[in-house]
Write a protein that binds this ligand. Sequence first.
Ligand SMILES: *Cc1c(COP(=O)(O)O)cnc(C)c1O
Length: 351
Amino acid sequence: MKWEENVCRVVPYTPGEQPQKAGVIKLNTNENPYAPAPGVEKAAAALNVEKLRLYPAFPEKTELAAELAAHYQIGTDQIFIGVGSDDVLSMAFMTFFQSGRPIFFPDITYSFYDVWANVYKIPYETKALDADFQICPTDYCKPNGGVIFPNPNAPTGVLMPLEKVEEIVAANRDVVVIVDEAYIDFGGTSALPLIDKYDNLLVVQTFSKSRSMAGMRVGFCMGQPALIRYLNDVKYSVNSYTMNTAALELGAAAVRDEAYFRECCQKIIQTREKAEEELTKRGFTFPKSYANFIFASHKTMPAREIFERLKENDIYVRWWDKTRINNYLRITIGTDEQMEALYRALDGICG
Ligand SMILES: *Cc1c(COP(=O)(O)O)cnc(C)c1O
């Protein structure tokens, strides 16, 4: 058809499978195995549906913004809230990466970055991780149109020390540097304290992983007020009411339940440490992970085969048919019981 010549054509991001059958152990999309905070359940029960008649409040004027500002000890004018961090990141690509020069991100990373770059027609260059899956800061210290990387990186789980993050931010004062901290609460050091010093730094976080609310779609970013203003200007020019009332209220309840949040992150860190031992015993190697997953390769059995055999056992992990990483499995840290089931299955597959 003639009109197809003018269609925006992109290869969409492929999320991990969401099997609908009961009894599946899902270790494939980095969801949190624990329920949202008890305060979230209470807030959901108390939600007044009469309020849904009205358009939602603007996120920056809500209790969620106030709770986040108090929690991270910044101003509400330093926070932008979106529909998951995917929405925040997509807005940030649209807002900050318009120079026409290529933006830089790692060759092995969150596979949404090239999708957004393509859909917004932003040129990009990928920079190869080293043999240990580390980001080399000097690769990012050359002229570019902006920089983005996750820390810890996905799907490797590798954490970059804060000094190196700062090195990249400091070397790129003329462009915006986005640090995607989707997994920072599982043991990493956030770049947040650097936002006072650097007006070009945007730190992005999400409620999907550490706060067990992937289904609610809440993400946010933090930076100096000027960055946040530009983001809001673009957001209000595209779709003013992105955040729904329920997400705003339940999100605020999640932030208030600080003790539960800390406890859940701690449990996942402990289970991850146990998993390191158990996987090592079974012939796997992996870089040290600071996320809620482990990126593991087996010494003899191909990752694809393990992936398929696990699926036959109703255990889902993630595997990509991509060069450099096609012999790795990304295994989300589940509950201790789920992980025990994984180890038993692995004993049958590669034991
Ligand atoms: C999960 C993830 C996100 C986005 O998650 P949302 O559910 O949209 O908040 C962003 N970046 C990375 C690296 C992720 O793994």
